[in-house]
Design a protein around this ligand. Structure first.
Ligand SMILES: C[S@@+](CC[C@H](N)C(=O)[O-])C[C@H]1O[C@@H](n2cnc3c(N)ncnc32)[C@H](O)[C@@H]1O
Length: 230
């Protein structure tokens, strides 16, 4: 399957639109069905980077996935500032407070990562993205990955796997109650997803990084880049 990036309905709807709100709830279910929380927990726990103090999530949405990860990781990484970057302002004060109770300082940042200088101002021990990179064409992907390679120690991406089986499974989303926006965007997302070593090939070719890219779970594609040099 050739990779095709098309606009998603959710990105065009106002955040307060009823279908958009419902679709964001669907997204939590989809993350659960895809097993993204356990996959990311295992991945983050196995990172060689000890003593993580600063985490950035790009395309963090309402921050609920990051909060679930914080619930598992806060004893291992007790002193973390997490920057939740998204084009939309979706992180509530209640979510920020839940991070605080775990000992993590959550800072929502409403910003479009493609606006020049936005990423360049940020740096992190670990950069995390979940269901985010598939929004972008190759030029934008190279920019995002290039930034991560210059400003972080570790980069973890969990995205839809581009395959016919995953594409067919999107037709079953009505069974778990997903609305028309979610069902449409799921098909678009899989067509824009990744396979093989596509993200590794876009990563800047330096010897200071070790890369791992593989399928994960039934529906997903995992890319991990860890700095090995200075
Ligand atoms: C499919 S959602 C995933 C949200 C979250 N990572 C999750 O798994 O629940 C993709 C998110 O990326 C955000 N997004 C899309 N393009 C963006 C951009 N150029 N800059 C910042 N955020 C963007 C959207 O607003 C949306 O919240």
């Amino acid at each position: 399957m050739t990779r095709i990036v098309e606009p998603e309905l959710l990105d065009a709807l106002p955040p307060e639109d009823a279908d958009a709100e419902r679709s964001r709830i669907d997204l939590r279910w989809i993350n659960a069905w895809m097993g993204h929380r356990p996959i990311l927990e295992r991945t983050l726990e196995s990172l060689p980077t000890q003593n993580v103090r600063r985490l950035v999530e790009l395309g963090a949405g309402d921050g609920t996935l990051a909060l679930a990860l914080a619930t598992s990781l806060h004893t291992r990484w007790p002193d973390v500032e997490i920057l939740l970057v998204d084009r939309l302002s979706l992180v509530t004060d209640e979510t920020v407070e839940k991070f605080r109770l775990l000992g993590w300082r959550a800072r929502p940042l409403q910003a479009d990562v493609l606006v020049p200088d936005i990423l360049e101002r940020l740096e992190a021990d670990v950069v995390l993205v979940n269901l985010f990179l598939h929004h972008f064409e190759e030029t934008a992907l190279r920019r995002i990955l290039g930034w991560a390679a210059s400003r972080s120690q570790c980069f973890v991406a969990l995205e839809p796997r581009r395959s016919r089986v995953v594409r067919m499974s999107c037709e079953l989303l009505w069974l778990i109650g997903c609305n028309r926006v979610t069902r449409h965007d799921a098909r678009i997302s899989v067509r824009a997803g990744f396979q093989n070593r596509e993200l590794s090939q876009l990563w800047s070719q330096t010897p200071d990084w070790s890369l791992c890219e593989r399928s994960a779970g039934l529906f997903s594609h995992l890319f991990i880049a860890g700095r090995t040099g200075p």
